[in-house]
Design a protein around this ligand. Structure first.
Ligand code: NAP
Length: 246
């Protein structure tokens, strides 16, 4: 098993990519903190992991709320004794073209996708420094690298996540902490279900592999980067997008 006895927090672990990652990590021997907004999603994923013989604990948390993040981290440490891996996966969209985007849409997306990543990264890094190391993985996006029609706010945050990833890799490497980002292409999850079918078909057609991605494709990338196989990898952005933009 590639994550035997590791403790991992997965934000946005209640559905989509986060759910698949939490389950995959558990299958590889990790104890998983399933952190998400929706208590029913959290309970369902924790239940399914434990039913399959894994170990998991629920954390109903809004990553924009620092007090809730601090409580999640403290509870994870008191339950499992340490945190080895943070998957900063929680993220949202609120799409609009530049001329129509409201300040509220801008603020909402920045709050979750940037401030939430900052809160979790800072709170967990402090524990990792104390315990002597760890791995932080951040969710960027192909959209952060190349931009996208109607996603000013989202693209800004996903590019910002890359800046945070590289800064943290430089700051925390000497403390034994590796920090990387994953930039998914278009992955079939509840987030992309909101997109028009013709846009998804267009993305599929643009990809050299003529395929959209699945949540498990991203979970596999997180698994590699979280494992000791990636011991010499830090500060990088791994594109997992079927070659969408070449
Ligand atoms: P998803 O299906 O919408 O799942 C996101 C999860 O994050 C949901 O369970 C959501 O909870 C949770 N969440 C939202 N706001 C939160 C908050 N403030 N605190 C805690 N949890 C919160 O999204 P996904 O497609 O799996 O995407 C996961 C990550 O990958 C995101 O960061 C996304 O930007 C990135 N990504 C996705 C794609 C893609 O094609 N799907 C592509 C590139 C990057 P609720 O359900 O309760 O709202």
């Amino acid at each position: 098993m590639r994550l035997n006895n590791k403790v991992a927090i997965v934000t946005g672990g209640g559905r989509g990519i986060g759910e698949f990652t939490a389950k995959r990590f558990s299958q590889e021997g990790a104890k998983v903190v399933v952190a998400d907004l929706n208590p029913e999603d959290v309970a369902r994923v924790v239940g399914e992991i434990t039913q399959a013989g894994g170990q998991a604990m629920p954390a109903v948390v809004d990553v924009t709320n620092r007090a809730m993040v601090d409580e999640m981290v403290a509870t994870a440490v008191s339950t499992y004794g340490k945190i080895d891996i943070l998957i900063n996966n929680a993220g949202i969209t609120a799409d609009n073209t530049l001329l129509k985007m409201t300040e509220a849409e801008w603020d909402r997306v920045l709050n979750v996708n940037l401030k939430g990543v900052f809160h979790c990264g800072q709170a967990v890094a402090a524990v990792m420094v104390e315990k002597g190391g760890g791995v932080i993985l951040n969710a960027s996006s192909v959209v952060g690298i190349y931009g996208n029609f109607g996603q000013t706010n989202y693209a800004a945050t996903k590019w910002g996540v890359i800046g945070m990833t590289k800064s943290w890799a430089k700051e925390l490497g000497r403390k034994g902490i590796r920090v990387n980002a994953v930039a998914p292409g278009f992955i079939l999850t509840p987030m992309t279900e909101k997109m028009p079918e013709k846009v998804l078909d267009m993305m599929k057609d643009k990809s050299p592999l003529k395929s959209l991605g699945y949540a498990d494709d991203i979970a596999s990338a997180y698994l590699y980067l979280a494992s000791d196989e990636a011991r010499f990898v830090t500060g990088t952005v791994l594109s997992v997008d079927g070659g969408l933009v070449l």
